[in-house]
Design a protein around this ligand. Structure first.
Ligand code: ATP
Ligand code: MG
Length: 222
């Protein structure tokens, strides 16, 4: 069986077949405010109690929210935040992490929240970057996939959504590249005030459309 890493909530772990799989990319997508960052932060903080978590942040994670969830300063210092402010910086940061990964001790997980934010915002620059480096989003995803395989850790890539024309379907941004590379795809849906479902969209050993519920609370998620 592929090893799993705990989400920090045993009920969710059981529902997800043991947790988040190591060695692969798990894509998490959902509407604005669906709870993607809450889920990632909660998992990061739990894993950081016993090792290093790399958190690439393109959207500005709230330090107030971290303070609400975190238990102690030494745990927090085990999360290495890489703030990326542009698509250029994003490419540089992923490359740097790939090059540094052997030197960073005890990496338990890498989270990229959100890989498509700058990609979406900087359409013009994207064309220019593609001329220089080829398809740079795919290149980043490939680097992250190699890190997942080589370090035998889970890599979580958070993605935004758009609403499909002529229907109300909510789909992840960024084309099929990530959908192919991510061996697990989870969607987060609002089901009520603070209440959320993780819906299995693609998984190697769980049925499609399986739902696992959680609630966003003051202290994190439960
Ligand atoms: P985006 O796409 O905009 O980044 P997201 O999917 O990452 O959104 P989150 O930021 O994880 O969404 O979740 C936002 C939700 O978390 C909001 O509905 C908010 O009310 C809830 N939330 C934040 N702090 C608390 C808290 N202290 N207690 C309860 N709920 C909270
Ligand atoms: Mg977010």
């Amino acid at each position: 069986m592929n090893e799993r890493v705990s989400t920090g909530i045993s009920r969710l772990d059981m529902c997800l077949g043991g947790g988040i799989e190591t060695g692969i990319i798990t894509e998490i997508y959902g509407e604005a405010g669906s709870g993607k960052t809450n889920f990632c932060l909660f998992m990061a903080i739990n894993l950081a109690k016993n090792g290093t978590v790399i958190y690439i942040d393109s959207e500005g994670v709230s330090s107030d929210r971290i303070a609400q969830i975190t238990v102690d300063q030494s745990t927090l210092s085990n999360i290495k935040f890489f703030r990326v402010r542009s698509y250029d910086e994003q490419l540089e940061t992923v490359t740097k992490i790939a090059n540094l990964s052997q030197a960073i001790p005890d990496i338990r997980m890498i989270i990229f929240d959100t890989i498509t934010a700058h990609y979406r915002a900087e359409r013009d620059k994207r064309a220019e970057l593609r001329k220089r480096y080829g398809n740079t989003l795919t290149y980043q995803i490939e680097m992250l996939n190699n890190l997942a395989m080589n370090l035998i850790i889970p890599v979580i890539i958070v993605n935004q959504v758009y609403t499909e024309k002529d229907s109300s379907n909510v789909l992840p941004v960024g084309g099929s590249g990530l959908a192919h590379m991510a061996k697990a795809i989870l969607k987060i849906e609002r089901t009520g005030s603070g209440r959320r479902d993780i819906v299995v969209i693609k998984h190697r050993s769980l049925p499609e459309q399986k739902r696992c519920s959680f609630t966003i609370t003051e202290k994190g998620i439960e």
